[in-house]
Design a protein around this ligand. Structure first.
Ligand SMILES: Cc1ncc(COP(=O)(O)O)c(C=O)c1O
Length: 446
């Protein structure tokens, strides 16, 4: 039996961890999960306030998902991806049933990650339009494989540069709290953001633009909820210029926004949806692309130009089926609406107490806190994409000490609990956050 310190040593010696300087990593050794809690090698419990990476939507150890996986393990753990498979057919049906296309229908192409899903979504858009360019937002993350990095707007793209020139063009999306369009009025933000996008499309030649790819709610770049009318405006621009609209619902899918997909929450239907994470509550790696029937039927008579060994892997299919059953039986696709009302109230109260919280925003079970030096000027507590993380690592450490894990970047902290969370559990986590913020403020004063 290894002790926690031995495991840390073993890990540091043998494993490369994503995105961090390896020498600086000092985090708990997680060995178990139970409901909304992660449990470390010393038995300490951490409330998982960001559902892993906004993925474990059903919490840890959901019995329905586990039973589906156990049953499948005994039956079949691999089948050729282009032979028929019972679990794959059934999960395809279940996903199409919760998709936003209604009577038109859709079909699913399975991948193993969100990055792969986005790369395949772009392939489908290029094939169906015969065009090459993709427009995506600066403040976006779409994955870190080469193609998905190029689609990403923020600094995690830089590691992969240069991409292929002319393939992807970035534009500014709306960001009501820090408007790139010099306004505090949401309606003006929408209008100017759409005007900027129209000009970008025109400058790039609409006849060359295959797709506009967006996160319907910007996720790891600060839970930016689009102002009213923006997504509908995107749909209208795509219709006008014959461009495919792709929603990257890797974070927003599977109940995160209070609906199966953000498309339904906002009442705007894209042509393609990429998904991952919540489809299996992240128990098994699975991603995919939902393609509306109008586009998917083109492949009845021509080959589909993509494939992966693990496309539609039976174990992942079983986990997905178990998860969809669990979402449906527990009404978890809708539960985000209830969690939204709790988070709005409780995080709002926290903001009243702590000046360092400049903005609280979000919807469903998907919120963030944006920290500032000064509420009136909105000067960020630390610079976005800067090298100096200031007091943020200490804040996350203080939270961990108080038994809460959550995900953040720069001056943003995401609050996105599993959809099974109880109000009392949220109260405890927010009390810990309050304590960690008190410590931060005391540290800044001294
Ligand atoms: C919106 C969005 N798209 C794509 C991805 C990439 O997914 P994956 O890490 O499964 O490749 C992420 C990951 O966080 C994401 O948040």
């Amino acid at each position: 039996m290894y002790l926690a310190d031995d495991i840390k040593t073993l890990h540091r010696k043998n494993v490369l961890s994503p995105w961090v300087a390896q020498g600086s990593l000092d985090v708990p050794v997680i060995v178990r999960g139970e409901g909304v809690f992660l449990i470390d090698a010393d038995g300490k419990r951490y409330m998982d306030l960001s559902s892993g990476l906004i993925a474990v939507n059903l919490g840890h150890g959901n019995a329905t998902v586990l039973a589906a996986m156990h049953a499948q393990i005994d039956r079949l753990c691999f089948s050729p991806p282009n032979w028929f498979n019972d679990q794959r057919a059934r999960l395809g049906e279940a996903l199409v049933a919760i998709s936003p296309w209604g009577d038109e229908g859709a079909r699913v192409f399975f991948t193993t990650s969100g990055a792969q899903a986005n790369e395949d979504a772009v392939k489908f858009a290029r094939a169906s339009t015969g065009r090459q360019k993709v427009l995506s937002a600066y403040r976006s993350f779409h994955g870190s494989s080469s193609g998905a990095s190029a689609l990403t707007g923020e600094n995690r793209r830089w590691y992969n540069e240069p991409g292929t020139p002319g393939d992807v063009v970035h534009f500014w999306g709306p960001y009501p709290y820090r408007s790139p369009f010099f306004t505090d009025d949401p309606a003006t933000e929408t209008q100017r953001a759409l005007h900027h996008l129209r000009e970008t499309i025109e400058a790039e030649d609409p006849a060359r633009v295959a797709a506009i790819l967006v996160e319907p709610v910007v996720g790891s770049n600060g839970v930016v909820v689009p102002p009213p009318g923006y997504l509908a405006g995107l749909r209208a621009l795509c219709d006008e210029f014959g461009i495919c609209l792709i929603f990257d619902e890797v974070m927003t899918g599977f109940g995160r926004t209070g609906a199966p997909f953000a498309a339904q929450r906002f009442g705007v239907t894209p042509d393609i949806i990429s998904f991952a994470k919540g489809v299996t509550s992240a128990y098994v790696p699975l991603g995919g692309v939902l393609v509306r029937e109008q586009l998917a039927s083109a492949y009845d008579s021509k080959p589909l130009g993509s494939g992966h060994t693990y496309s539609g892997h039976p174990l992942a299919m079983a986990a997905g089926l178990g998860a969809i059953t669990a979402y449906r039986e527990g009404s978890y696709f809708q539960r985000g609406m209830r969690i939204e009302s709790w988070l709005r109230e409780k995080l709002g109260k926290l903001q009243e107490k702590h000046d360092v919280i400049g903005d609280v925003r979000g919807l469903g079970a998907f919120f963030c806190l944006e920290f500032v030096k000064d509420r009136s000027t909105r000067e960020p507590l630390i610079a976005w994409q800067g090298k100096d993380l200031g007091p943020m690592p200490a804040l996350f450490r203080a939270l961990r000490e108080r038994g809460v894990y959550t995900f953040g970047r720069y001056n943003i902290m995401i609050v996105a609990p599993p959809l099974i969370v109880e109000e009392t559990e949220l109260d405890e986590a927010i009390a810990s956050l309050d304590g960690a913020l008190d410590a931060l403020t005391a540290g800044r004063r001294s």
